[in-house]
Write a protein that binds this ligand. Structure first.
Ligand code: 5GP
Ligand code: MN
Length: 336
């Protein structure tokens, strides 16, 4: 299978792993299946090469991804607790993100310490990010790139690695529905199935493991859906009040933003979430005809062409009309 990662890049990673002993692995805030699965698979490679490593993230592992980390090796970043470890580490591998803003306090500390960094990611970037960048926006997922890297480095594809990469590709392609679904994703997954992973078990862990609070929140959020621009834009909001009343937390919102795309005629979906500190997180989704990461960038965010996000100052009631107004440009000269 011809891959995206070039042989010289594989050789470079090989040399880095050979040369150094202590590694840290991290991913973006609110880690998803792609970030977490990629971390687990990459960590297993380091284990096979008898290296010392820690996986440190800004947030805990969500309930439905805990099966990826049965021994609870993933740590939640705490500056006081981790400063020594980060100071003595040789290299930080940053997976599924190439934006310092989404690495929060961990990212700040890494830059202060000028730790050597390697990034493996599939988000579009404008400029170099880490010391070594292996960034391919045409990859379905970071999991796909980790697969290529592990193949290139002759890793042993254990069940753990296979399950982790499958989870990464499954979740980031929206179960092989989104525009990033590509032949490589299917080829890799076919090979993982041949290696004996159980797709039903993984599906059940990831998608049949939701809290009742999440389902109640979903009902509230979907109940409040509104359409604009002749039904081409759908938007929804989640207030702190709604979280309180349903007993849900922000973690329970993953995947909610994708829902309105199922409505006939809707091209773009927006989800506005009021955060505890009064800021607003916005999720942007597109069915694939309208590029929305430009709009996300106008609000300090970014992401993929058809799935992007941003965090901006509130209040919610100001942000919503502001974003909706700016969204008008998406539909100009585009007859419905
Ligand atoms: P979500 O809406 O699920 O949080 O994010 C969808 C995609 O948008 C993510 O995969 C990521 O690429 C991007 N994204 C989300 N939030 C931000 C953000 O605050 N900044 C940037 N640059 N990208 C984001
Ligand atoms: Mn990803």
């Amino acid at each position: 299978m011809s891959g995206l990662i070039q042989p010289d890049q594989i050789a470079r990673i090989d040399r880095i792993i050979d040369k150094y002993a202590n590694f840290i692995i991290t991913t973006h805030v609110n880690p998803d299946g792609d970030g977490l699965g990629s971390e687990v698979a990459f960590a297993e490679l380091l284990r096979q090469r008898k290296k010392t490593f820690s996986i440190i993230n800004n947030n805990p592992v969500p309930e439905n991804y805990r099966f990826l980390d049965p021994n609870q090796q993933m740590e939640v970043f705490n500056k006081d607790r981790h400063i020594e470890l980060l100071t003595s580490a040789d290299v930080l591998f940053i997976l599924d993100i190439s934006d310092w803003g989404r690495l929060r306090e961990l990212g700040e500390l890494v830059r202060e310490l000028s730790l050597k960094t390697v990034c493996i990611d599939h988000h579009p970037v404008q400029e170099p990010f880490a010391d070594v960048d292996i960034i391919y926006p045409e990859a379905s997922s970071t999991g796909e790139l980790i697969y290529e890297l592990l193949k290139g480095l002759n890793a042993r594809f254990t069940q753990r690695i296979c399950e982790a990469i499958y989870t990464a590709i499954l979740t980031d392609t929206g179960s092989f529905r989104f525009t990033n679904t590509n032949p490589a994703a299917h080829r890799i997954v076919a090979e993982l199935l041949e290696a004996g992973i159980n797709p039903q078990k993984i599906y059940s862990n990831v998608y049949e493991n939701q809290s009742l609070a999440r389902v109640k929140l979903m009902a509230r959020v979907l109940g409040g859906i509104q359409l604009e621009y002749d039904g081409r834009l759908a938007w929804m909001k989640i207030t702190q009040q709604m979280l309180k009343e349903t007993g849900a937390t922000l973690k329970d919102t993953e995947g909610l933003a994708d829902f309105p795309r199922s409505i006939a005629g809707v091209e773009v979906a927006l989800l506005f979430m009021e955060l505890e500190d009064g800021k607003v997180k916005i999720s942007f989704r597109s069915k694939g005809n309208v590029v929305i990461n430009g709009l996300a960038k106008e609000f300090n965010g970014g992401g993929h062409a058809f799935a992007a996000g941003a965090s901006t100052d509130g209040p919610l009631d100001t942000v919503i009309p502001n974003v909706l107004q700016r969204a008008a440009a998406l539909f100009e000269n585009r007859p419905a």
